[in-house]
Design a protein around this ligand. Structure first.
Ligand SMILES: Nc1ncnc2c1ncn2[C@@H]1O[C@H](COP(=O)(O)OP(=O)(O)O)[C@@H](O)[C@H]1O
Ligand SMILES: N[C@@H](CCC(=O)OP(=O)(O)O)C(=O)O
Length: 382
């Protein structure tokens, strides 16, 4: 779908991005998968990788591919189990399509909501994705429809893409669709709808403009794209919406130009992350630290090392949000810990270089990495 002339924007600078490609672009004629639009998108991904950038692709299309494979036989109904069967059938052809178009090896990553709510699985997914990126591989993420059940379904890949963007700490979320921008009304239903080039900050007024999907192939429509942009913004990540049907638009992205809608983030990314760390609900874990650690953390630039730990209260796991307090139990910082409570008790007061010999393994020198830490006093510090 192409609209009126769209203003062009400069794409925010990025080194790592998540690109979401909807079913409408892969099963363009409502039938099986076609490389028609995927080709230009794969070209953009490979060009980005060649220039040292990292891309995680979140691709839909498995259900559409599965449905097309069964065209000559009885096609299952619309209920959940039937869709799950179609997704299982179509997952391999979807991956094969991307592999046939990518200059780099592709890896399949299937995720569910449950995986991302469970801290340990969340961290494992993050570690695997980071490793794949380091290896120069293109991870292709889709929802694991086989095991997703109604109440645990992410429901759509727009939201999944936003969660993955936060998971891999991406600089940018790119959403390619069959529509070239956010309009002030659904352009399929309202031909007078006007495109919106730049959204400095998502507001309720903008969110109500978005309707559902206009096609049988697509799932969420603009509504889920804005939900995704909202999630990404909460993690400090801007979102770009554009048409994946126009090769010139896709090519322009390589030069940092966006013909579509840019949804910006209020404040900078680090501020948004620190805000989240200060205000997200913590699970009750407390780590008290000595005066040296208090001084180091107060500067806002240091990580918490095991040597500074005096005591650990509560039970928590690696990846949980913990409160860091001084010897008098006054809160000084909050952060995501790299080690669980039991591990921390064994590491308290010890040197970082001894972590592997004490535990038999190591997740790194830091108990809480400075990127995952926010001081309580420094609301204005980033
Ligand atoms: N305000 C809006 N602006 C743009 N598109 C909208 C709006 N409201 C609803 N839509 C619909 O959202 C569709 C894109 O979403 P969807 O069909 O789920 O595609 P995809 O498979 O790419 O996720 C568009 O084709 C359009 O009809
Ligand atoms: N897991 C499903 C994706 C469903 C979905 O979100 O589709 P879309 O709205 O086209 O991105 C599939 O691969 O078909």
């Amino acid at each position: 779908m192409t609209g009126r002339a769209l203003p062009e924007h400069t794409l925010p600078a990025w080194r790592r991005a998540v690109l979401k490609v909807g079913s409408n672009l892969l099963a363009a004629d409502g039938g099986g998968l076609t490389p028609l639009y995927a080709q230009a998108l794969a070209g953009f991904i490979s060009a980005s990788q060649r220039s040292g950038r990292e891309v995680v692709l979140v691709s839909s299309g498995a259900v559409a591919a599965g449905r097309a494979l069964l065209r000559t036989r009885a096609v299952p109904g619309p209920e959940l189990a039937a869709k799950q069967a179609l997704a299982a059938l179509g997952q391999a052809p979807m991956i094969a399509l991307w592999q046939s178009l990518s200059e780099y090896p592709v890896a399949q990553v299937l995720l569910t909501h449950d995986d991302l709510r469970n801290r340990r699985r969340y961290l494992n997914a993050r570690a695997t994705l980071r490793e794949l990126l380091m290896l120069g591989v293109l991870p292709v993420v889709n929802e694991n429809d086989t095991v997703a059940v109604d109440e645990l379904k992410l429901g759509d890949n727009d939201n999944l893409a936003a969660i993955v963007a936060a998971l891999v700490d991406a600089d940018l979320l790119l959403i390619a669709s069959d529509v070239d921008a956010l309009y002030n009304a659904d352009p399929r239903r309202n031909p007078a709808a006007e495109p919106i080039g730049h959204v400095p900050q998502l507001t309720q007024q903008i969110i109500v403009m978005a309707g559902g999907s206009g096609t049988a192939v697509g799932t969420g429509g603009m509504r889920t794209k804005l939900q995704a942009a909202e999630k990404a913004a909460a993690a400090g990540i801007p979102t770009a919406l554009f048409s994946g049907r126009e090769p010139a638009t896709v090519k322009a992205l390589e030069e940092g130009r966006l013909r579509g809608t840019l949804i910006d983030v209020a404040g900078n990314r680090m501020q948004a992350r620190k805000y989240w760390l200060r205000h997200a609900p913590a699970g009750g874990g407390r780590v008290s630290v000595d005066a040296g650690a208090v001084r180091a953390l107060a500067g806002g630039r240091a990580s918490l090392l095991p040597g500074g730990i005096l005591d650990v209260a509560g039970e928590f796991h690696r990846g949980d949000l913990v409160e860091i307090v001084d010897a008098q139990d006054r809160p000084i910082a909050r952060g995501l810990c790299q080690y669980g409570a039991a591990e921390m008790r064994r590491l308290a007061g010890r040197h970082s270089r001894d972590i592997a010999s004490i535990l038999g393994y190591s997740y790194g020198d830091e108990i809480v990495h400075r990127d995952d830490l926010a001081t309580i006093a420094g609301e204005s510090e980033v």
